[in-house]
Every structure is written in structure tokens, then in C-alpha cells.
Design a protein. Structure first.
Length: 454
């Protein structure tokens, strides 16, 4: 009997499908890690004396932190439209180069207004990354895998801050905050070449999956889209009550998260009187807890399909933990332990949250809806980074920032609590069980791929 054994053996089809986790997700993770590095290291520059070096006020320093999110907010939807219409992979490639250059320039520019422009443009360059990434994952992973796939992407956030917190503090001590920005901006430019070489937009364009595996995967993705319903206009999708509520929820969530990310090093440095190197190590601890929490919650979300309840409970506990930090501000150890819990709870439900949209809306509007929700998060990031920093500069204490972040997370938890359950979870056969129904399509797909190769 002749032919490709991958087209005959379910076990080999499963092996081929598992390659998605080995080829696609590591590249996605690294790309988002680099994006997050270039936005989160600003907090270390602020803690290391950026304002003193550039002779700017605390209010101007907070404005610099917030301007990134202004640029990030404005260009979300246009970026998502380009990604859906043309290619998320190419869009990300063309964004990697300018954002690496702009991040490096943060360490070169000495004028406040020039630096303000750089921070805004950095937000513009990175604005398309997250919705384009999420769109890409919807074309490669099914609903029973999507929380874990999203989590693998978003793990780039806490993992980056984890190692960055440990490394950047000592790097600043060794070479200063300006050179640190330069050194940490260069990898994004170099990575662009790897990204465009390895990643493809759709399974049928890959060279590392068999024709049957591609057909099996596409059959299930198509079945899920049919279960969601017919196509709708973008205006209809964006005015749906659940989309509006998800956007409001993500706004408040991001106020807490980005206030936490950008100002945690300063909070730790002031509260503990540690050196910058040790401040970095201590600041890494909440992110280590966040990584474990994200993995547990994403696994649970895919297994139970109870995404909404997992999200609102996590945010509720995060808000309560930040309240404890606020009340215990005079006792740094207690306050910091509460911050560890808060960090874990804030990050834990990301994968489940962003898996909700593709299960409610057709693919024709998914990218744009995700972009609008992420835009609301960017706006929340602006308010969180600006007002937490402003409160800290105005009062000389971090405790009011804790209170603001706590209230924001509690509002986000309330938003998710009141979100309707949406359509009933649809059950679609797993890729391996769809093998027999996909064989005919696989033959056609394989022939098409052979023609393209020829």
C-alpha cells in the first residue's frame, strides 16, 4: 500500500497537529515577549532616576508612561483590519523593526518632548501586535485549545517581566538606564527575520503539517464557525451588549494591571529601600506566581468551558488582595505578600478571557472586535499608568495607587459577573476523531499544496 503514512494513521495525524505547539507558539511567545519588554522596562527607567537625569517632573514622567498607551489605543482597529484583510504575519514583521528602533531611541533622546513623541510612536508600532496574534491563533487552534494557546501567547507578559525584573535592575546598575533601553531594543529588530521565515498565516501554508492534519483541523474550525452563526456587519458586532461589556471590563482590568506593571519597581524600591538590583529580584516574584496561575486557569477553562466564572473570580480575588496591600502599607512584608497574590490573580484569566470572543462571533469580525476590546484595555493602561504614577508623585506614597488598582479590578470583576453566558458551548469532534471525514478534503488539499510547490 502506497501513500503518505500521515494520511492513514490517526496517531501520526495527532503528531502532526501537535507540531503547532512546537513550531507556532514558541515564536508567538518570543514576539510578544519582546513587545512587552519594550513597554515594561520604562518602569525600571523611572525607578532608576529617568526623571532626575532628564530634569522632568513626576507629572511629566507619568505622562511619558501613559503616552505609549495613547498611541497603542488609536491604531488598534486599523491594525486589526489590515491583519484580517492581508496578513497578520506580515503586519507583525513590519511592526517588529520600528518598535525595536523606537525602544532603543528611548535611551538616546534627552529632550522631554522628543521622548514623548518616541513613546507615542512606540505605542503605535506595537498597537497591531496583540489583535493580530489573537487572530492568528484563531486560525490555528480550536475552541478546546484556545485558552491554552492564548495563555501561551500572553505568558510572554509575566515571563518577560520576570526575567526583565531580575536582569534589568542589574543591567541598569552596570551600564545605566539609557544603555539598558538601547540593549533591550535591538533584539526586536533581529527577531523580525526569524519571524517572517518561520511563521505562516494558515495551516495550509505550513510545510511541517501533513495534508490530512491540515484538512482535519480546518474541518473542525469550519464546524465551530458554523455553530457560531452567520456573518454579521462590524457595526452590529461592535454594538452588541456583550462586546460593550467586555470592553468596559477590560478597561478597568487594564487600569489595575498596567498600574501594577509600570509602578511595581518604584513601589518596591520606596517601600523596601533595596538597591536597584535587589529591587528587580523582589519585583520578579509576583510574576513567577502569575505564570503558575495562568497555566492552571487556562487548563481549567479549556476543560470545563466555564470561562466567564473563572475570569470574574480571579479578578475579584485580585482586587481584594490589592485592598489588603492598601490597608497594610505600613508593613511592607504583608503588603508585598498581598501584591504577589494580586499579581497572580490579575494575570491568571487572560487566556480564558480572550477565548470568549471567537466563541460568540464569526471570524469575519473577530479581529476587529478583539482590537476594540484591546483598545479599551489600552485606554485603561493609559489611565492606570498615568494616575497611579501621578498619585504616587502627589502624595509621596504608593498606598493610594494600591486603592485605585483595587477598585478598578473589583469593577472588572463585576463586569464579568454580569456578562451573559452566551451561546451554549458547542461540542465538535476532536481533530483525531475527524480523520475519516477529512480524508477526501485532505487529498484535495494535498494536491493543491503540491501544485503550489511545483
Amino acid at each position: 500500500m502506497t501513500g503518505d503514512p500521515l494520511q492513514r494513521s490517526p496517531e501520526n495525524i495527532d503528531t502532526s497537529l501537535r507540531r503547532r505547539w512546537l513550531f507556532l507558539l514558541p515564536a508567538v511567545f518570543i514576539t510578544y515577549s519582546l513587545a512587552y519588554l519594550d513597554r515594561a522596562n520604562f518602569g525600571f527607567g523611572a525607578a532608576a532616576g529617568l526623571a532626575t537625569t532628564l530634569h522632568i517632573t513626576s507629572g511629566q514622567s507619568s505622562l511619558l508612561a501613559g503616552l505609549f498607551f495613547a498611541g497603542y489605543f488609536v491604531f488598534q482597529l486599523p491594525g486589526a483590519i489590515v491583519a484580517r484583510k492581508y496578513s497578520p504575519v506580515r503586519l507583525i514583521f513590519f511592526a517588529l523593526i520600528p518598535w525595536g528602533i523606537l525602544s532603543a531611541l528611548t535611551g538616546v533622546i534627552t529632550s522631554f518632548w522628543a521622548l514623548a513623541v518616541i513613546r507615542f510612536l512606540l505605542g503605535v508600532a506595537e498597537s497591531c501586535i496583540f489583535p493580530a496574534m489573537l487572530l492568528l491563533l484563531t486560525q490555528w487552534f480550536t475552541c478546546n485549545e484556545r485558552s491554552r494557546a492564548n495563555t501561551f501567547l500572553i505568558l510572554g507578559n509575566p515571563v518577560t517581566v520576570l526575567w526583565m525584573s531580575a536582569v534589568t535592575g542589574y543591567l541598569i546598575q552596570a551600564v545605566g538606564w539609557q544603555r539598558t533601553f538601547i540593549y533591550e531594543g535591538i533584539p526586536s529588530v533581529l527577531w523580525a527575520a526569524v519571524w517572517i521565515f518561520v511563521i505562516r498565516d494558515k495551516p495550509e501554508d505550513s510545510w511541517w503539517m501533513s495534508a490530512t492534519a491540515v484538512s482535519t483541523l480546518n474541518a473542525r474550525l469550519l464546524a465551530e464557525q458554523q455553530a457560531v452563526g452567520s456573518a454579521m456587519t462590524l457595526r452590529t458586532a461592535l454594538t452588541r451588549p456583550d462586546v460593550l461589556l467586555l470592553s468596559v471590563t477590560y478597561f478597568f482590568w487594564s487600569v489595575g494591571v498596567y498600574g501594577f506593571v509600570l509602578w511595581l519597581p518604584t513601589i518596591v524600591h520606596q517601600g523596601s529601600a533595596l538597591s536597584m538590583g535587589r529591587t528587580g529580584l523582589v519585583s520578579a516574584i509576583p510574576y513567577a506566581a502569575a505564570i503558575g496561575a495562568m497555566l492552571v486557569v487556562s487548563q481549567r477553562a479549556d476543560k470545563t468551558q466555564q470561562r466567564r466564572s473563572l475570569v470574574w473570580r480571579s479578578l475579584l480575588f485580585g482586587g481584594i488582595a490589592l485592598s489588603v496591600s492598601f490597608l497594610a502599607h505600613a508593613h511592607f512584608t504583608i503588603a508585598f505578600l498581598a501584591l504577589i497574590v494580586a499579581g497572580a490573580c490579575m494575570y491568571a484569566p487572560y487566556g480564558a478571557f480572550f477565548a470568549i470572543v471567537p466563541e460568540r462571533l464569526p471570524r469575519s469580525v473577530t479581529a476587529e472586535v478583539l482590537a476594540v476590546i484591546n483598545s479599551a484595555g489600552a485606554l485603561g493602561g493609559f489611565f492606570g499608568s498615568y494616575f497611579v504614577g501621578w498619585l504616587q508623585g502627589w502624595t509621596g506614597s504608593s498606598q493610594d495607587g494600591y486603592l485605585l488598582m483595587s477598585l478598578s479590578l473589583l469593577c472588572a470583576a463585576a463586569g464579568m459577573f454580569f456578562l451573559d453566558d452566551g451561546p451554549a458551548s458547542h461540542t465538535v469532534p476532536s481533530p483525531s476523531s475527524s480523520t475519516s471525514t477529512a480524508t477526501t478534503t485532505a487529498t484535495t488539499t494535498g494536491a493543491s499544496r503540491n501544485r503550489r510547490a511545483a
